[in-house]
Write a protein that binds this ligand. Structure first.
Ligand code: VGL
Ligand code: ZN
Length: 197
């Protein structure tokens, strides 16, 4: 079975010192570099927002980061401004091996967020990655990256829903953990038969 490694959002803003730093986020870099060297097909994703993206608390007067807000497509966490296109914060961590087959950018529509590598947050607008994987006869996916409980989690659940064989290697992941979101994500993935390594 042809397999791919999908490396989610290992960008400066999700690492210590970044705008939406994931605790210990940079610790995944050496682990992921070792994996990249061993995988035949590697796909990197990059969170890639316009300044003024609707997921930013800065766009909604009276709100603060990490509050939630109803959007037409469902409840949305409001984030600090992060991963703005072309900025240093949106760049991959300097030490990450970026020798990938495909670099997929997501979250570039101003009015909708996109955690998952496969669908935007309405869970129906496709990013095109499913077509790419099908065309290349890739059925088995291993996911790593940031953050375990948001972009990795949504990517894993969407991939499972589309029928892929999905593993998440937790050694290559770190979580944000908002109000227990990390444990909830792990439980939901287990229940969906995502393999947690
Ligand atoms: C992410 C929150 C907002 C992630 C991206 O990569 O997990 N989280 N944008
Ligand atoms: Zn984002």
């Amino acid at each position: 079975m042809t397999s791919a490694l999908i490396v989610i959002d290992v960008q400066n803003d999700f690492c210590p010192g970044g705008a939406l730093a994931v605790p210990d986020g940079d610790a995944v870099v050496p682990v992921i570099n070792d994996m990249i060297a061993r995988w035949q097909t590697v796909i990197l994703t990059q969170d890639w927002h316009h300044a003024g993206h609707s997921s930013f608390a800065s766009q909604h007067p009276g709100t603060s980061p990490f509050e939630t807000m109803p959007m037409p497509y469902g409840e949305q966490v409001l984030w600090p401004d992060h991963c703005i296109q072309g900025t240093r914060g949106a760049a991959f961590h300097t030490d990450l091996n970026t020798n990938a087959d495909l670099i997929l950018r997501k979250g570039f529509r101003p009015e909708i967020d996109s955690y998952s590598a496969l669908f935007e947050n309405d869970r129906t607008t496709a990013t095109g990655l499913d077509g790419y994987l099908r065309d290349r006869a890739i059925h088995s996916l291993t996911l790593v990256g940031l953050a375990t409980d948001f972009c990795v989690f949504f990517s894993a659940m969407d991939a499972k829903r589309l029928g892929y064989d999905v593993s998440v290697d937790l050694a290559g992941c770190r979580g944000i953990d908002l109000n227990g979101s990390l444990e909830a994500a792990l439980q939901t993935m287990r229940a969906a038969e995502v393999t947690l390594i």
